[in-house]
Design a protein around this ligand. Structure first.
Ligand SMILES: [Zn+2]
Ligand SMILES: [Zn+2]
Length: 149
């Protein structure tokens, strides 16, 4: 697999990590680059296979630890319904909830960030005395490029 390095994005997360005083190891950076390079969401298994090309000693825990770190920092999101990972559209400095549109044909994932939708849900939940801690909002369907084929 040829990696088309998105140096801008990598530079951005390097700066964020430096400012936060957390360590972006070579492996963590590499996993992030691999996720960014893939058009579709990547599974941990696919990431491990790709990582092995530059780091032959990589083991599943290597990938899982890198993924945990990247999620904690808000650089990537887990796609729960397909158990895979995408880079965050904003690499946001703060935690945010997003809505994912998942194409079942090509695997492309579009990240939406509609705060009014989240507020509406929170409002409705509150009517039941319920406080929401976490959201998983994923929609499956066909993306624009697949539907125009
Ligand atoms: Zn995001
Ligand atoms: Zn598609």
């Amino acid at each position: 697999m040829v990696i088309n390095l998105d140096t801008k994005l990598t530079q951005q997360i390097e700066e964020i990590c430096a400012a936060r005083g957390v360590r972006l190891t070579t492996q963590r950076k590499r996993v992030f680059e691999l996720i960014c390079a893939s058009k579709k969401a990547s599974s941990a298994y696919e990431l491990l296979e790709d990582l092995k090309q530059s780091e032959p000693q990589a083991k599943p825990p290597t990938v899982y630890r890198a993924l945990d770190f990247l999620m904690e920092q808000g650089f990537i999101h887990r796609v729960e319904s397909t158990n895979s990972f995408i880079s965050c559209c904003s690499c946001n400095a703060h935690k945010h909830f997003s809505q994912l549109l998942i194409c079942d044909q090509c695997g492309n994932v579009i990240e939406l960030q509609d705060d009014s939708l989240i507020a509406l849900l929170a409002d409705n939940a509150e009517k039941h005395g319920f406080k929401i801690d976490n959201h998983v909002i994923e929609s499956h369907g066909v993306c624009q490029s697949c539907s125009s084929k």
